[in-house]
Design a binder for this molecule. Structure first.
Ligand code: UDX
Length: 436
């Protein structure tokens, strides 16, 4: 089966490479000539473990190709995926659908055979109806169906998430759409991944509801962590204790500096806007967004406290370990590190930072921060060390070396990757999240 993937960013490229690996004939299309040129040379536009090898082997096998020519790329494709960005619209937080609609109209004008048009981009409820209208207005004589098929990939684990998904959600309004999608995902049925057919609108909502629920879970445990600090509890025990209840589940209960990334912040805001438009408030999600924003600043203050308070902190130096919103990605979007660095800079604290993958993208976002080549260079002469992202490389720091290099053995572990007792025994003044 031939599949066209319009948009060769994170979602499009990972999905395209995985579909090709399952044996489909895939063309990834993007307007960005330099991106396509680099892909031809085997250079990935994003950092995702395993992606370069997967792309290379499928290109070599002749199942995966790249082009900037949409009309040529979609020729003969039974399924045409729209996987372009839907950023937050500046000013109002609505999802910006201009890229999705532009692709829909170009596809309508270029179609040379019947096809199912699949929205993989995260789009608000009702977008599928609009895409269908655009295709109809394009006057194409070919049969089309518009289907919603949200993605649930996590950065850093995208390939395994794609190949072994918890579920596949397909929102289709007719048999043509359902049949083609069944064929697209046939290789995954063999892995017994559950496939859920719903209406298009339900499918569009599922994506937002899932992300909002996960953001809620994280925010809930973060507030429990604050409470633990006050009452003398341990948030990891609380998370384990509630997570073993099958109705709650143990995942996404790691307390930390607040969620960031390309999805949760943007999708929760867009859901609020949809709720507002339809006058059906989602007050829990409203609270989640507010609490998470406040948390990022509070984490900056936590580091200031470890330095002896705002007054004492002025002129001091902090080593920041980790900048990306989570490990195994170079993605800096809405990373708590940005707000934490800003809070420190506002208090007159200088910051030296190290991140295994994120420093390039971090530089323009945090110009006041000095980027250094390794964790120990950041720690040298630091008055406090803050672990902001739980990269594996920070889990086994040479603690004697750390103590020797730092001005003071003060460690603020915002990801709870060390044990408080062990750190105190090692001579550190150690604070973490929701633990004593
Ligand atoms: C998320 C969803 O998981 C995925 O299904 C969707 O398709 C896109 O958005 P992603 O943004 O890649 O994926 O990252 P994820 O691993 O979900 O983490 C999001 C944020 O939550 C990170 O900042 C992470 O540090 C934070 N987080 C996650 C916590 O603070 N605690 C947790 O227990 C889990």
């Amino acid at each position: 089966m031939k599949i066209a993937m319009v948009g060769s960013g994170y979602v499009g490229l990972v999905s395209g490479a995985c579909f090709a690996d399952f044996g489909h004939d895939v063309v990834c299309i993007d307007k960005d000539q330099s991106k396509i040129d680099r892909l031809h040379e085997g250079v990935m536009p994003i950092y995702e473990p395993g992606l370069d090898a997967l792309v290379a082997s499928n290109v070599k096998a002749g199942r995966l190709s790249f082009t900037t020519d949409l009309a040529e790329g979609i020729k003969g494709a039974s399924a045409i995926f729209i996987a372009v960005g839907t950023p937050s619209r500046r000013g109002d937080g609505h999802a910006d659908l201009s890229f999705v609609y532009a692709v829909a109209s170009e596809v309508g004008e270029s179609l040379s055979n019947e096809a199912v048009i699949v929205t993989k981009s995260t789009v608000p409820v009702g977008t599928g109806d609009e895409v269908e209208r655009i295709l109809r207005d394009s006057g194409t004589p070919h049969r089309v169906a518009v289907v919603s098929n949200p993605e649930f990939l996590r950065e850093g684990a995208a390939i395994s998430d794609f190949k072994r998904p918890d579920r596949i959600v397909i929102g289709a309004e007719d048999d043509f759409g359902r049949e083609v999608m069944r064929e697209v995902y046939r290789p995954l049925f063999l892995n017994e991944s559950p496939i859920l057919f719903t209406s298009r609108r339900s499918s569009e909502l599922i994506k937002y509801a899932a992300n909002a629920f996960l953001a809620t879970k994280i925010t809930f445990i973060n507030e429990m962590a604050d409470l633990c600090e006050k009452v003398g509890g341990n948030v990891q025990d609380v998370a384990r204790g509630i997570g073993l209840d099958g109705r709650i589940g143990g995942k996404f209960l790691h307390a930390g500096p607040g969620y960031g990334g390309s999805c949760f912040p943007k999708d929760t805001l867009a859901l609020l806007k949809t709720a507002e438009d339809y006058e059906s408030p989602v007050r829990i999600v409203e609270a989640v967004v507010k609490v998470n924003d406040l948390r990022k600043r509070a984490m900056g203050r936590k580091v200031l406290e470890a330095l002896g308070g705002t007054d004492a902190a002025r002129g001091k130096r902090v080593a920041m370990l980790g900048l990306t919103f989570k490990p195994n990605t170079d993605d800096m979007r809405d990373s708590p590190a940005i707000t934490i660095a800003q809070t420190l800079a506002d208090a007159g604290v200088s910051v030296a930072a190290y991140d295994p993958e994120g420093m390039e993208l971090a530089k323009p976002l945090m110009p006041e921060v000095e980027m250094v080549a390794d964790p120990y260079a950041a720690i040298e002469d630091a008055d406090a060390i803050a672990i902001v992202t739980e990269w594996d490389a920070f889990r086994a720091l040479d603690l004697d070396r750390v103590k020797g290099l730092a001005k003071a053995p003060v460690l603020v572990d915002l990801r709870n990757i060390y044990q408080p007792e062990m750190m105190r025994e090692a001579g550190f003044s150690y604070t973490s999240v929701g633990r004593h």
